[in-house]
Design a protein around this ligand. Structure first.
Ligand SMILES: Cc1cc2nc3c(=O)[nH]c(=O)nc-3n(C[C@H](O)[C@H](O)[C@H](O)COP(=O)(O)OP(=O)(O)OC[C@H]3O[C@@H](n4cnc5c(N)ncnc54)[C@H](O)[C@@H]3O)c2cc1C
Length: 406
């Protein structure tokens, strides 16, 4: 019998798993273990509204009262350091915690720079936590020279917000266009134009060799020999799944915690959700998502399957993420690989919908500046509709596109 469910990671996926447990009628003990000192909060605003001055309260995903009403015991500022799967026991430093069911939702942590001479160099930031964002925003003022390493979502959103604050921004990207890994070359090149239009210098196809300064960052040296003066550096070089504490546990780790189609990590009663999970999506094959919606949806599936393993269901939500940069919303449904074709709007206007197809099957949609219309394609991506059906649906969308503002 499952009397005590422990959830490791007190952020979006962890909280949503706890909420799902109660919604599904679980009336046993629920413990939520989180390394951060804060109550669960949401991360997307950290590089957006929050960086330009949003309040701490606006990030809240829940409150102490709500957790109390849910009957959740939150252990803040507590890291799980190991696990004994046979004894169903978590190690929390020197403490031990027995569980009957477990959800692992430890997310991901940002990659840091290996090229920094001094790891304690002041003025070098990553943005993953509220504390990271608070520190960064205290350093950006009008005229601050900011160098952003990596033109991915974190780097691009940080640049956009820093421009709002009046900083001078240069983005350095090793690939030939920004976001091309996530969105493909076409959409990536549009993101590059957004930077230029907003007064950001974008240096693609060049690597960072060294970040240096005396005590505090002063310059960034590039592989083409250039040196960029810098008051502040933000590293947006991707994340690694937070699985270090699981090494040697017997669970399978491969750029994430490897789960089966039902989000079970192997041993009965052990499930996972969120950025930490790698699982075989029935339609798209093995995936690990870094997406707000994906984390919330996985949490619900993981808890449902934990509580009723005999009727476990595979997790098959359509991958979705959005990003807001320079006042424009960028969105992606499914996977942004394969052949890409703009079917509504135009690249010149920076407002369009593009279909991604494999053969004649729709596998994804990417869009810029049409936040609502793209969602009409979600059911088609879900069932892998034919590309001609998707094209026909979008055929008369041009007028609607103009009205579909953020
Ligand atoms: C700045 C930023 C902007 C983003 N913007 C968007 C966006 O616009 N759109 C979008 O779709 N997605 C966005 N995302 C991604 C989205 O926020 C993540 O996908 C989501 O937070 C994943 O939730 P999670 O609960 O799986 O992991 P996380 O939110 O990473 O939470 C994991 C938690 O587990 C804790 N933890 C880790 N290890 C341990 C341990 N051993 N013991 C106890 N606790 C531990 C961590 O401290 C953390 O609090 C953004 C992310 C960031 C950082």
């Amino acid at each position: 019998v499952t009397r005590h469910i422990a959830i490791v990671g007190a952020s979006l996926a962890g909280l949503r798993a706890a909420e799902a447990a109660r919604r599904l009628g679980f009336d046993g003990r629920l413990t939520l273990i989180g390394a951060e000192a804060h109550l669960p909060y949401t991360r997307p605003p950290l590089t957006k509204e929050f960086l330009t001055g949003g309040s701490v309260e606006s990030l809240a995903l829940t409150s102490s009262e709500q957790l109390h009403d849910l009957g959740v015991d939150l252990l803040p500022a507590t890291s799980a350091t190991g696990i004994d799967l046979g004894a169903r026991t978590l190690e929390l430093g020197t403490r031990r915690l027995r569980y009957d069911g477990l959800v692992i939702a430890t997310g991901a942590t940002p990659r840091r720079l290996s090229s920094t001479a001094d790891p304690g160099l002041k003025g070098c930031h990553v943005v993953r936590t509220m504390d990271d964002a608070l520190e960064l925003r205290s350093e950006i003022r009008p005229g601050t020279r900011l160098v952003v390493i990596g033109a991915g979502f974190i780097g691009a959103e940080t640049s956009s917000s820093a421009r709002k604050l009046g900083a001078e921004v240069c983005v350095v990207e090793a690939l030939s266009s920004p976001l091309s890994r996530a969105l493909g070359e076409l959409v990536g090149s549009v993101c590059g134009r957004l930077h230029h239009r907003n007064g950001v210098e974008l240096r693609c196809g060049v690597a960072v060799e060294a970040v240096s300064g005396r005590g505090r960052v002063e310059k960034v040296r590039l592989s083409d020999g250039d040196e960029l003066p810098a008051d502040v550096v933000v590293v947006g070089a991707g994340v690694v799944p937070a699985t270090r504490w699981l090494e040697g546990s017997g669970l399978t780790l491969r750029d994430g915690l490897v789960c089966d189609a039902n989000l079970c990590a192997g041993p009965p009663g052990v499930y996972a959700a969120g950025d930490v999970v790698r699982w075989p999506h029935p339609q798209f094959g093995e995936l690990r998502l870094e997406s707000w919606t994906g984390a919330a949806e996985q949490a619900a599936t993981a808890m449902r399957n934990l509580l009723d393993p005999a009727n476990a269901v595979p997790h098959e939500g359509v991958p979705y993420f959005w990003s807001d940069q320079y006042g424009v919303r960028i969105q992606c449904l499914g996977v942004a690989t394969g052949d890409v074709r703009v079917v509504a709007g135009s690249i010149e206007e920076l407002r369009f919908i593009a279909l991604h197809c494999q053969g004649d099957r729709l596998i994804g949609v990417s869009a810029i500046g049409c936040p609502h219309l793209i969602m009409k394609l979600r059911p088609l991506v879900r069932r892998g509709a034919g590309s001609s059906e998707a094209e026909a649906l979008c055929r008369d969308w041009d007028p609607a596109l103009a009205a579909d503002a953020v």
